[in-house]
Design a protein around this ligand. Structure first.
Ligand SMILES: Nc1ncnc2c1ncn2[C@@H]1O[C@H](COP(=O)(O)OP(=O)(O)O)[C@@H](O)[C@H]1O
Ligand SMILES: [Mg+2]
Length: 207
């Protein structure tokens, strides 16, 4: 059964794109059939993929596909794509204004929604609003799992500090976090980052 994992947050800059592409390349490396859907109108990943193919003379057929959609249309498209069984995982990197109807519908077709956040005051506030907006979807979609993924965490930060910072957000949190690291600043669209593998495993274990 195809599992749909969507990265959503109310505001840009929290790490949706970084984690979506790292999860996609990791799963592809694990021999899973992956489709990555990008709805951000900047289409960063689709452009990066084109550059990667050109620079490294890659055979596109050997890579997992990255396709474009919009927040408005993605849920309807997924409802058609998922039942074909062509993919093990469909990942959605959303532009994500959580108040949009399209994003609400995306939550209704997803198996997991990941809300990325750093521990800055601003990101925590945005994460709080995002959770508040998306939480009602859990009642409408019984298979939906809503998770916080701490991202851009300084390596010396203790787990307890992260848990305390996120404790009043009223949502499940992953046990592990994504550190602030240079390797994550310009992610590859075809090569997986070895250090991301434990994070990828942690995510799919919950599905
Ligand atoms: N774990 C991380 N370590 C270092 N830089 C990161 C990390 N996560 C995100 N970034 C950087 O922060 C910026 C915003 O991240 P991005 O994934 O594009 O956020 P979003 O998709 O939510 O707008 C990007 O420049 C990205 O390279
Ligand atoms: Mg993005």
């Amino acid at each position: 059964m195809t599992k749909i994992i969507s990265f959503i947050s109310r505001k840009g800059g929290s790490g949706k794109t970084t984690n979506a592409i790292n999860l996609a390349t990791s799963l592809h490396d694990m021999k899973k059939k992956v489709l990555l859907v990008e709805t951000d109108p900047n289409y960063t990943l689709i452009s990066s993929r084109k550059i990667d193919i050109f620079k490294n003379k890659l055979n596109e057929k050997k890579l997992f596909p990255i396709i474009a959609s919009t927040d408005d249309e993605v849920a309807t498209e997924l409802e058609k794509l998922a039942p074909t069984g062509a993919y093990d995982y469909i990942l959605v990197d959303s532009a994500g204004k959580t108040t949009d109807q399209g994003i609400k519908e995306l939550c209704l077709v997803s198996n997991m929604v990941i809300i990325t956040t750093s521990l800055t005051q601003n990101d925590l506030l945005v994460a709080y609003q995002t959770v508040k907006d998306l939480k009602p979807a859990e009642k409408l979609n019984s298979k939906l799992k809503l998770y916080l993924l701490p991202n851009r965490i300084h390596s010396h930060t203790r787990i307890k500090t992260i848990k305390d910072a996120l404790s009043n957000l009223n949502v499940e949190m992953f046990e592990n976090f994504v550190p602030q690291k240079k390797i994550y600043t310009i992610p590859s669209t075809y090569k997986s980052e070895r250090k991301y593998r434990p994070i990828a495993n942690m995510i799919i274990k919950e599905l």
